[in-house]
Every structure is written in structure tokens, then in C-alpha cells.
Design a protein around this ligand. Structure first.
Ligand code: GDP
Length: 286
């Protein structure tokens, strides 16, 4: 597949995250609840090694609740601390705090036994672009904070942001990870949910992948949304039918580009309902 990030870019991102990790107690790894595995980056295991980590399935409001439950179970079975959150509407933030406290409990208990005050938990939020890092920081802080990414050549003092209750402090610049396109499916899943720009992959291909997935995973929601009685087997025919239903005809033919844009827009704006494009079973984790 023709997706490549500059190796220099990746090395820089890795260095910046590694530097930050030294300063903190807990890593909060944000992933997209609709594609929890594809929105992770495998280097996270290496760069966070040794630090307690909480996985946050963000945008849970957009994901299929049954699939999110399956993911929570799959992670927990591997002894991974995990919570599902909807940062946009501040849902699940208490569980997030509890999860972080749980990870620090033993260490904090030992400190208290020695008569030391553990102080607030220092945490860093990391994740790929667009996964909701800034939104979560703002919600946890209870106010809007200007969050700037790391800019080349700009060295900025790290600031600690106090959380509402004071039990946690967050580093103000989240750690940005690059998505890793291990295989074509990862790229399509990230593109379909809008995590990566459409220009990176061919729009028609993303739309055909999406039509195929929705047909398999959510046939009833697809029928309802586009008022279809039957769903053609073939993804091209399905997309054509959707275009026809919405009157996207040009010169007597369905305008494929418009039909592709329409399907992806409707998916990304939850018009087709709560959709997950990846389950633990897809990874044989069930
Ligand atoms: P960042 O690049 O990781 O900092 O991502 P942002 O915080 O800028 O979020 C990207 C987009 O996702 C924004 O449009 C947010 O409003 C939206 N968003 C973030 N978290 C959630 C969530 O939990 N639910 C929903 N529905 N949208 C979210």
C-alpha cells in the first residue's frame, strides 16, 4: 500500500513522547472505540514500557455498545486497565479517574505506609491525531485550554494542568503517535472513521470498503438509512444503489464520487447509527 510516513517524522514523534514519559506516573492511551486496535500504534508498548497504562476507548458514543463491551472484556482478560469514555459529552470521566487511581494504588499505599504523601497522579495522554486528546484534556480540566502540538524548533516549558478534583495532573501537550498501517485494513478502518485524511487513500476504495463492512456488520441500519429493501452482494452495486436513492445522477449515471462522499459523511456523522468497524473476534481475541 502506498502509505508512508517519513521515518524522520516518526523518529521525532517517538523521541518527544519518550521524553514526556519520563516525567509521569501513568500513561493514558486514547484509542477510537470504533476501531480500538487499528487506532493504536504498536510502538506504544515499547515507549511506555514500565509505566502503568490506562487504555481509554474514546468516542464510545459513536461506537456499537455491544462491540465496545466485547473490547472492554477482551482487554480486561489480558489484565489491561481499560475504560470506555465519551469525551465530547464528559461521560465516563469518573471511571477514568478510578482506573488511574487503581493503577497507582500499590505504589501510593507503600508511600503512605512510609508516611509520605503521594500527591496527585501525574498523567500523559497519548494517541493518534483526531482521537480526542484535546477534547479529553479540556473535559478533565473543566475548562478550555489552548492545546498546542509539538512544533518543530519550538521548545516550550511543559505545564501541568490540575484536574477538577486535584487528584490528577496532566501534561498540557499530549503525546502524538502516528498511526501504523500494518496492513491495508488498518488504513481503511482509520480512513472510514475519519482518523486519516481521505487524500491518503483512494476515496472510492474507502467507500467500497465501508459499503462492504456495513453490509456485513450492520445490514439493517444500512437498509433503514437509505430506504433499501435488499442489499446487493456487490459493493459497487450497493454504492450505486445508494447514489440512485439520493438522486446523485450525472449524465444518466450515478456519480460515484458523490455517492462515496455521501456514504462516508453519513457514517462519520452517525447518521447510520452507532457503528464499530473492528471487533476482538477480528483479531482472534474473543
Ligand atoms: P486530537 O487531535 O486527538 O486532540 O482530537 P480532538 O480533541 O481535536 O478531537 C477530534 C474530533 O473528535 C473533534 O471534532 C471532537 O469534537 C471529536 N471528539 C473527541 N472526543 C469525542 C467523543 O468522545 N465523542 C464524539 N462524538 N466526538 C469526539
Amino acid at each position: 500500500m502506498a502509505i508512508q510516513w517519513f521515518p524522520g517524522h516518526m523518529a521525532k514523534a517517538r523521541r518527544q513522547v519518550t521524553e514526556k514519559i519520563k516525567l509521569i506516573d501513568v500513561v493514558i492511551e486514547l484509542v477510537d472505540a470504533r476501531v480500538p486496535q487499528s487506532s493504536r500504534n504498536p510502538i506504544v508498548d515499547e515507549i511506555t514500557a514500565g509505566k502503568p497504562r490506562l487504555i481509554v476507548l474514546n468516542k464510545a458514543d459513536m461506537a456499537d455498545p455491544a462491540v465496545t463491551d466485547a473490547w472492554l472484556k477482551a482487554f480486561k482478560r489480558d489484565d489491561v486497565e481499560v475504560v470506555a469514555v465519551d469525551s465530547k459529552h464528559s461521560k465516563g470521566l469518573k471511571q477514568l479517574m478510578t482506573g488511574a487511581e487503581k493503577l497507582m494504588k500499590d505504589k501510593h499505599d507503600r508511600m503512605r505506609e512510609k508516611g509520605r504523601n503521594p500527591g496527585p497522579i501525574r498523567a500523559l495522554i497519548i494517541g493518534i491525531p483526531n482521537v480526542g486528546k484535546s477534547t479529553l484534556i479540556n473535559r478533565l480540566a473543566g475548562r478550555n485550554i489552548a492545546i498546542t502540538g509539538d512544533r518543530p524548533g519550538v521548545t516550550k516549558r511543559q505545564q501541568w494542568i490540575k484536574m477538577k478534583g486535584g487528584e490528577m495532573e496532566l501534561l498540557d501537550t499530549p503525546g502524538i503517535l502516528w498511526p501504523k498501517f500494518e496492513d491495508q485494513l488498518v488504513g481503511y478502518r482509520l480512513a472510514a472513521t475519519g482518523a486519516i485524511k481521505d487524500e491518503i487513500l483512494n476515496l472510492d476504495d474507502i467507500a467500497l470498503y465501508t459499503a462492504r463492512e456495513l453490509r456485513t456488520r450492520y445490514p439493517e441500519q444500512l437498509k433503514d438509512r437509505f430506504k433499501l429493501e435488499e442489499l446487493p452482494e456487490d459493493a459497487v452495486e450497493l454504492l450505486e444503489l445508494i447514489g440512485k436513492k439520493r438522486g446523485l445522477i450525472s449524465g444518466g449515471y450515478v456519480d460515484f464520487e458523490k455517492a462515496s462522499e455521501l456514504l462516508l459523511n453519513e457514517l462519520r456523522h452517525e447518521k447510520i447509527g452507532r457503528i464499530s468497524l473492528e471487533t476482538p473476534a477480528d483479531h482472534e481475541l474473543a
